[in-house]
Every structure is written in structure tokens, then in C-alpha cells.
Design a protein around this ligand. Structure first.
Ligand code: BES
Ligand code: ZN
Ligand code: ZN
Length: 486
């Protein structure tokens, strides 16, 4: 369970404390006894990065910052050490814990708290009995003591809440969350955070001639949905909106080109892009970021049902381009393409799509980087890269050179939905590029959104990939606009 978090103005004598230290100096405020002090000093001299002291009525944990060549790596090490320490905290049954710092950088307490918060996630709503011993509620409260801005704390809470929400959505199996169910969850999130949600159902999607979304949906007995999320505050600083598009495939069997072997495992998470977009809008709306942001989520499952679309079908997309289906498992780009062309009606400043799109991106970067492809101005990419380092959801760019466009050719239609065996992630990016005239950043999160095992505070299964990155990007973009207006 997610611990509550609050700021405190003093530490009482019997509270257990985690103190992040930026040097070997042990602060007097911890009031350690002489022998405890000696022990802690010895451990620090022996180059231990964390020291645990079990006083008789409380515990003290010292966590020393690690030396790294860049500040953002120091920050990430701190988040990771929080996730390592969480095991010990649970063993010691702390329900409340103080987090403070001495000689560390500003923001260290928040970073450590973020590591603890994100590590405390688990998906156990379908377990009818708690595990024994049940450590799920430890710690239930984090008390932050130090120089912390209220707005930073609010951002931390909003972002981690949104991440929990997105992870929950990704982890839901399709028998509990089909496309309409996803739309319902998005609506609930909108009501809670204060952004508007419009849900287009099948009739409207047909009227809009979204041939990509409708083709993928043909094998399903559940109807598709197309959700429009909007945050448009009175004080917004951009004239044209930023549009976020999230892939909402609630289950990807591959369709008639069915996934074999173990490749279907986890494909209830093929809507991780949609979850990230919804989470970003939640965080941005709750924190009142002064930007006009629109989210588009096309959603369906992809199945080999009786009337399923087939290899060789030729479909007409929302923007009238025709596509030959080379493989029914390349479904994500079809519904994203419809959403990208739908986005034109907003004359967006920038479109960012986020999708579990290709095994190729996962093969290239593993789970360490989000693959991006873009034709947008470098100012956006630089900001995205900095935001990525800040939250440690790093991006790595693949090219969209025009030569790759050759692969898109079809004998019978305007383009094919698959290219050759090579450069699969780039091919998908080139395909999407054809469906918008507006600047595009395409983010492929196939490698980062679904983990087979825990990686520190990125818990196994849905990670919430791209959410903290995009929310931070938008926050910083708004800040850069307000600087210009001053
Ligand atoms: N949803 C998958 C991509 C995926 C793979 C996401 C692994 C997460 C983990 C996507 O729809 C897909 O099946 N892509 C195919 C495209 C191919 C048929 C051109 C792929 O990458 O194999
Ligand atoms: Zn697929
Ligand atoms: Zn897919």
C-alpha cells in the first residue's frame, strides 16, 4: 500500500529516522549515544553506504549519498537505496518513519521518499487472503523533516499517485478491463483530477471512419472506444495544445497472426501508453500545470475472432490513406495512426505518442531506455532528454531518415503496415509519421513498460513507464513559457 506522506516541523525523541547524509559527518540532532556514534563512524569509515542502528526505543538509518559523475545519477542512486532499504523497514515493522537529511542536496528527502513510495507498490487486489506475515502496510506514513517546498511535495504525491494508478491499469487482466472498462477508468480519473473526458463509442468511430481502429476491433466481441481527455486551464500559456496519444490495446493476441510461444504473456499491458497518458493528465491537472493538454486514447483488444481482419486486407484510414495489412500483429500503429490524424483538428503545437509498439525497441534498448523518434524541434527533445535524466526514465533516439520510408511501400495500397525484418522500431515510427503534418515525438515503451522482475522501485509487470517523464516534461515546458512571458 502507498504510504501517506506529510511534512513535520520537529522530530520527537522516540521516532525512527532515516537520515540521508552528504558526508561522513553524523548530525548531532540524531542524539546518538557514544557507542552508537562510534559504531556508525566505523561503518562509514569502512565505506558502508548505509548504517542501521537499533536503539532501544527506535531505529536510526543513515544513508550516505553515493559519489557519481552527474547529479542525476546521484539522485537515482538515492531512489534505489530507498527501495533496498524498504525490505529492512518492513522487517522492522515501522508504521511511521521520519526522513531527513544533513549536508545533502536540496530535494534529497523528496527523492528518497519517491524511491520508497514507488517501491511500496504491489498489485494484490485479487488475492482473497493477505500474505503472511502481512507487511503490506509498512510503513504507512512518511514524515518529512527538512527544507521542502510545499509545491515540490504536492508534485511528488501527485506523480506517485498517478504512477500507482497507471500501474494498476496496466496490471489489470483483460477479463476485468476491456476497452469500455478502460474508458470508464479514464472517466473516473478525469472526475477525480479535474480534466474532462469524452468517450466516443463505436457508432461515432464508424462515422469518423477510423479504419485502423475498426479493423483491429473486427475480431473482438467488445466494441472499441476512443477517449478524448482534455486539460484546458484558464491560465494556460500555450495557444495551441500539446496532444498526447496513448496506445490502448487492452489485449494483444496478435490477431490472426497470433503470437506463439510465450510472446502473448503480459499482453494485457499493451495499453501501457494509454495508462501513461491518463496518469500524465491526472498529475498535470491535479498540480494545475498552466498548459492546454489533450490526451487521445484509441482502445480495443486484438483477437482472431470470426470476422477478424486478415493479412492482405486493405483498409482506409481516418485520413483516407489506404493500408495493406502485412501482419495483424502490427495493430498498434493502425489505431495510433487514426488518432494522429484526428489530432490535426486541434492544430497542435506538438504531438507525442506513447506506445508498447515493437519488440524491436525492446530488443534494441532492453528495459533501460525509451526509444524515441522525432521530427520535432530540438528544443523539445533537449527538454525531454533533461526531464528523462531527472526522473531517470531516459530516452534514446532512433533516426527517421527518409530512406527508411522505402520500406513502407505496398504494391496494392498507399502503404503497408509492416516492413522487412530489420529496423522494426524505425519502420513503425516512419509509418506513424505519415499520418500527421504536425511535429511528432514517437515514444516506444515496449522495453520499459512491462518488467518480468523487480528492478529496484520499478516493480515487476506494469512500471508506469513514460508517465513521470512526460509529466515532468510538461511541467518544465510550462515553466519555460512563463519565463518568456515575464
Ligand atoms: N504489442 C506488440 C509489441 C510488444 C512486444 C510490446 C513486446 C511489449 C512487449 C506489438 O503490437 C507487436 O506485436 N509488434 C510486432 C510488430 C511486427 C509484427 C511487425 C513486433 O514487434 O513483433
Ligand atoms: Zn501486436
Ligand atoms: Zn500490440
Amino acid at each position: 500500500m502507498k504510504p501517506e506522506i506529510e511534512k513535520i516541523s520537529e522530530i520527537s525523541i522516540n521516532q525512527s529516522v532515516i537520515c540521508i547524509i552528504g558526508s561522513d559527518h553524523i548530525p548531532e540532532t540524531l542524539a546518538l549515544s557514544k557507542t552508537e556514534m562510534q559504531f556508525a563512524n566505523d561503518r562509514l569509515m569502512a565505506k558502508d553506504d548505509s548504517v542501521f542502528i537499533n536503539s532501544y526505543n527506535k531505529c536510526i538509518y543513515l544513508v550516505r549519498l553515493k559519489e557519481r559523475t552527474s547529479h542525476y545519477k546521484v539522485r537515482e542512486e538515492l531512489r534505489k537505496s530507498a527501495s533496498v532499504l524498504l525490505k529492512r523497514i518492513k522487517e522492522n515493522n515501522h508504521s511511521e518513519l521520519v526522513i531527513t537529511s544533513d549536508n545533502a542536496y536540496k530535494g534529497a528527502i523528496e527523492d528518497f521518499a519517491e524511491g520508497l513510495l514507488l517501491s511500496s507498490y504491489s498489485f494484490n487486489k485479487y488475492k482473497t487472503k493477505p500474505e503472511t506475515p502481512d507487511k503490506n502496510n509498512y510503513p504507512s506514513k512518511l514524515l518529512l523533516y527538512g527544507d521542502i517546498d510545499d509545491s515540490d511535495l504536492k508534485w511528488l504525491v501527485d506523480l506517485s499517485d498517478a504512477t500507482f494508478f497507471a500501474r494498476d491499469l496496466v496490471n489489470e487482466p483483460v477479463n476485468h478491463l476491456n476497452a469500455s472498462g478502460l474508458a470508464g477508468e479514464i472517466k473516473k480519473a478525469g472526475d477525480a483530477a479535474g480534466f474532462s473526458v469524452e468517450i466516443l463509442t463505436k457508432g461515432k468511430i464508424e462515422a469518423l471512419k477510423m479504419g485502423g481502429l475498426l479493423a483491429v476491433n473486427k475480431g473482438s466481441i467488445d466494441p472499441p472506444v476512443f477517449c478524448i481527455l482534455e486539460w484546458h486551464p484558464d491560465n494556460c500559456l500555450n495557444d495551441k495544445p500539446i496532444v498526447l496519444v496513448g496506445k490502448g490495446v487492452v489485449y494483444d493476441t496478435g490477431g490472426l497472426n497470433i503470437k506463439t510461444g510465450d510472446y502473448m504473456a503480459g499482453m494485457n499491458g499493451d495499453m501501457a501508453g494509454a495508462a501513461a497518458v491518463t496518469g500524465v493528465l491526472s498529475a498535470v491537472a491535479k498540480s494545475g500545470i498552466p498548459l492546454h493538454v489533450i490526451g487521445l486514447v484509441p482502445s480495443t483488444d486484438n483477437r482472431p475472432g470470426g470476422n477478424a481482419y486478415t493479412q492482405g486486407d486493405i483498409i482506409t484510414m481516418h485520413n483516407k490513406l489506404t493500408v495493406e495489412i502485412g501482419n495483424t500483429d502490427a495493430e498498434g500503429r493502425l489505431l495510433l495512426a487514426d488518432a494522429l490524424s484526428y489530432a490535426s483538428r486541434y492544430s497542435p503545437e506538438l504531438i507525442i505518442d506513447i506506445a508498447t509498439l515493437t519488440g524491436s525497441a525492446a530488443m534494441t534498448f532492453g528495459n533501460q531506455a525509451i526509444a524515441i523518434m522525432t521530427n520535432a524541434d530540438r528544443k523539445y527533445i533537449n527538454l525531454l532528454e533533461e526531464s528523462g535524466n531527472e526522473v531517470y526514465e531516459r530516452i534514446a533516439e532512433l533516426p527517421l531518415w527518409e530512406e527508411y520510408g522505402e520500406l513502407l511501400k505496398s504494391d496494392v495500397a498507399d502503404l503497408n503496415n509492416v516492413g522487412g525484418r530489420e529496423a522494426g522500431a524505425i519502420f513503425a515510427g516512419k509509418f506513424l509519421e505519415r499520418f500527421t503534418e504536425f511535429p511528432l515525438i514517437h515514444m516506444d515503451i515496449a522495453g520499459t513498460s512491462l518488467l518480468k522482475k523487480d528492478d529496484f522501485y520499478r516493480k515487476k509487470h506494469g512500471t508506469g513507464s513514460g508517465l513521470r517523464l512526460l509529466a515532468t516534461f510538461l511541467k518544465r515546458l510550462a515553466a519555460s513559457y512563463s519565463e518568456k512571458k515575464v
